[in-house]
Ligand binder design. Structure first.
Ligand code: NDP
Length: 331
């Protein structure tokens, strides 16, 4: 049978490109778990995805009720679940004030981490039941949450502190809207949420890999500043970032090419290699190892990357999990 993969946020960017690429292999049925049903359906059609290769199902990660409803609807469909890709995210670097999810959590952490945390916990049961040879739960990480890298040291740096804001409800009323209890910073909130994603993946691995055989992995797919993720960034950043990325963080240039054309070409090539990378983590037998944070070098070879000290802090991962054992109880 075909594998069944759920991809959150498959209505644009990397999620859509991955959905299309998986559908085109003919080996996967893709469940596009999206907050805007119509947008996702149109995106799939204009990407040329064959009708029978995908199903759009509504999921708004900013509402825990919607997460539960999605799981219910998915189960009603009676499809097995073989791979879950937690890809959706929002990034609000220029926001001066926090916004909140339906449950009152700061939006970036609420969507990127808490919504996925509940979804992954609930769907773990479905992954366990699947008879697919290689079941996987994948979370998109980011270099920006990793302070052991150049990009991860661009201020404001990620940092969860002692999690006091999260423990207080992350609601901006009787607790801070930031996990570490500090003042709101939209860029930091995104980076913090990505540390949470990476800590969550490792805690899943420690808790459930041995018992279930499921592969838990996160990946840094490489940076591509032309996706919707950067829609709220200042225009100057959007203009400068792709070349910056190529020149500074990648550290190589081809002498004949210059300026804009170079940036555009590199973005296109990079987008392609990013999707190839995600596909490998979804289905390649050589990337079936659990508990790994995958990255790719400039020759597009995968390697097991090191996480920063905070992103691999086991005590913090456990602490991040505990207040939500109740929150993630059955549908
Ligand atoms: P996009 O903004 O293009 O895609 C994000 C997706 O998430 C969209 O489909 C969006 O839906 C969806 N989404 C946002 N909020 C919600 C919500 N409340 N419920 C459900 N879905 C939601 O971003 P990218 O493709 O760039 O990012 C994909 C992933 O890759 C993210 O996890 C990001 O952190 C990660 N990543 C990206 C990098 C990059 O350079 N682009 C670098 C490192 C990591 P809608 O279409 O309705 O807006």
């Amino acid at each position: 049978r075909k594998g069944v993969v759920v991809i959150t946020g498959a209505s644009s960017g990397l999620g859509l490109a991955t959905a299309k690429a998986l559908a085109e292999t003919g080996k996967w049925h893709v469940i596009m778990a999206c907050r805007d049903f119509l947008k996702a359906e149109k995106a799939a059609q204009s990407a040329g995805m064959a009708k029978e290769s995908y199903t759009v199902m509504h999921l708004d990660l900013a509402s825990l009720d919607s997460v539960r409803q999605f799981v219910h609807n998915f189960r009603q469909s009676e499809r097995p679940l073989d791979v879950l890709v937690c890809n959706a995210a929002i990034y609000r670097p220029t926001a001066r004030t926090p916004t909140y999810t339906a449950n009152g959590y700061e939006m970036s952490v609420g969507v990127n981490h808490l919504g996925h945390f509940l979804l992954a916990n609930l769907l773990l049961e479905d992954l366990k039941k699947s008879d697919y040879p290689s079941r996987r739960l994948i979370i998109l990480g980011s270099i920006t949450g990793n302070t052991n890298t150049l990009a991860g040291n661009v201020p404001p740096k990620a940092g969860l502190g002692d999690l006091r804001g999260l423990a207080g409800g992350l609601n901006g009323r009787n607790s801070s809207a930031m996990i570490d209890g500090g003042d709101f910073d939209g860029a930091k909130a995104y980076k913090d949420s990505k540390i949470c994603n990476m800590l969550t993946m490792q805690e899943f691995h420690r808790r459930f890999h041995e018992e279930t055989g499921i592969t838990f992995a996160s990946l840094y797919p490489g940076c591509i500043a032309t996706t919707g993720l950067f829609r709220e960034h200042i225009p100057l950043f959007r203009l400068l970032f792709p070349p910056f990325q190529r020149f500074i963080t990648k550290g190589f240039v081809s002498e004949e090419e210059s300026g804009r054309r170079l940036a555009q070409r590199s973005v296109k090539q990079q987008a392609h290699s990013i999707v190839v990378g995600i596909l490998q983590v979804v289905s390649d037998p050589s990337l079936a190892k659990s508990g790994v944070y995958w990255s790719w070098n400039k020759d597009s070879a995968s390697f097991e990357n090191q996480l920063s000290q905070e992103a691999s802090d086991t005590a913090k991962a456990r602490k991040l999990w505990e207040p939500f054992d109740a929150f993630s109880s059955a549908v």
